[in-house]
Design a protein. Structure first.
Length: 395
């Protein structure tokens, strides 16, 4: 006969876990295969779940079991002000998937801090700026200098994926952790950042086109330089601007100047013969997009800022690209598990986890949990990191 062991927890922790996950009680009942009336009795404290039942709830809420034994519900990071979304998306209705990605990013950061401590090391402290009133262009120049990416190196990247990985590694070398979310609708979230010290975080949406991810990456990097989060939004509608809206515009300006420096754009040979006409052919835009490894919208926006395109032309092309984005449905391609794990976790965090494993500070189960991959794939991850490290050193 099996013995039922009750979980001696406070019912308010169960309510907090469900609500912070953005789940309705009926949904939890279905996912955990628990009758709704029983779930409600657990949350009111009328009866207590068994430890086995609590484990099921922990799986649904994506919370460690220990969190349910806290004295009081912890204060969660509120995702509402810190994710970059498409302009039409409304705030205040974050999905379960988005909330989960926010918690996952926090969990990985806490794990990273623990690993550093176990190894007797300290994480690199990311430096923001003290002069927050600095104009976007000088801030962008400082940002590029900190990243150590020259224009020549940028233009030499062979593909947009080389560009994405190059910018990402440069940012991680400054003490920033970068992750990619794979289960959030791109209509809801393109990226968010957490301006924490040490180890601030940038999370991108892996479903977004890679050139769009490059811009989001630099946009969030600009926020971290300013030691802030923000409503990471693409909308730049005319009219009165709140402080948050102005912050978004500034971050866009910084990202645009880092990726497509004004001087380089103006001096480009293709521009000299066309400057002043105010409109550009699709071929011209595509060539510049490929040259700088950014989206067409970024190029058109930079042309407008440089005085080489009209406002009417920019608005027309922006609307056109938005419609094309909505009409495009590209099925997700297949990636081997080790590549997907690296893409989501980033080189910096993956190297740290493997260092903890090699030093016997982490178990194989810990590594599997943190990198979200089976242990049998670790040799391929190590080999890939070794290769990418050698390539970066030789660049």
């Amino acid at each position: 006969m099996s013995i039922r062991t009750e979980a001696l927890i406070k019912p308010e922790l169960l309510v907090w876990a469900r609500e912070s996950a953005g789940l309705d009680a009926a949904v939890v009942s279905s996912k955990a295969k628990v009758p709704l009336d029983k779930l409600k009795k657990w949350e009111t404290g009328e009866v207590k779940p068994s430890i086995a039942q609590l484990r099921k709830l922990a799986e649904v809420y994506k919370r460690p079991l220990a969190v349910f034994y806290l004295a009081d519900p912890p204060e969660d990071f509120q995702a509402l002000r810190d994710f970059r979304r498409l302009p039409e998306r409304l705030l205040g209705s974050e999905s379960y998937e988005l909330r989960l990605e926010v918690r996952k990013a926090q969990y990985r950061r806490e794990a990273a801090l623990d690993i550093y401590a176990a190894l007797g090391e300290k994480p690199l402290k990311f430096a923001g700026i003290t002069d927050v009133k600095r104009a976007p262009e000088p801030l962008a120049h400082e940002g590029r200098a900190r990243l150590g990416v020259t224009l020549a190196a940028q233009l030499a990247w062979h593909s947009e994926y080389d560009a994405f990985n190059g910018w990402r590694r440069a940012i991680e070398k400054l003490g920033v952790m970068t992750f990619q979310a794979s289960n959030v609708d791109v209509e809801e979230m393109r990226g968010f950042s957490l301006a924490l010290t040490p180890l601030p975080i940038i999370v991108l949406n892996i479903k977004d086109p890679v050139r769009a991810r490059i811009f989001t990456l630099l946009h969030e990097f600009a926020h971290l330089m300013l030691r802030e989060g923000g409503i990471c939004d693409l909308d730049e509608a005319p009219g009165s601007r709140s402080r948050d809206q102005q912050s978004e515009i500034d971050a866009n300006m910084v990202a645009g100047e880092v990726l497509v420096p004004r001087d380089a754009l103006v001096q480009d040979a293709r521009l000299r013969s066309s400057a002043g006409r105010g409109e550009w052919s699709d071929d011209d835009i595509d060539l510049l997009s490929k040259r700088f490894r950014v989206s067409r919208e970024v190029i058109v926006r930079r042309l407008l800022i440089a005085g080489l395109a009209t406002g009417a032309f920019y608005r027309k092309k922006r609307a056109e690209y938005a419609q094309q984005f909505k009409a495009t449905t590209k099925p997700a391609g297949f990636a081997p598990p080790y590549k997907l794990a690296l893409s989501r976790a980033g080189d910096s965090f993956s190297r740290l986890v493997l260092a903890g494993y090699a030093s016997e500070k982490l178990t194989s189960s810990d590594v599997s949990d943190l990198l979200e991959v089976r242990v049998k794939h670790l040799p391929r991850i190590e080999q890939t990191l070794l290769h990418s490290g050698a390539a970066s050193a030789g660049a």
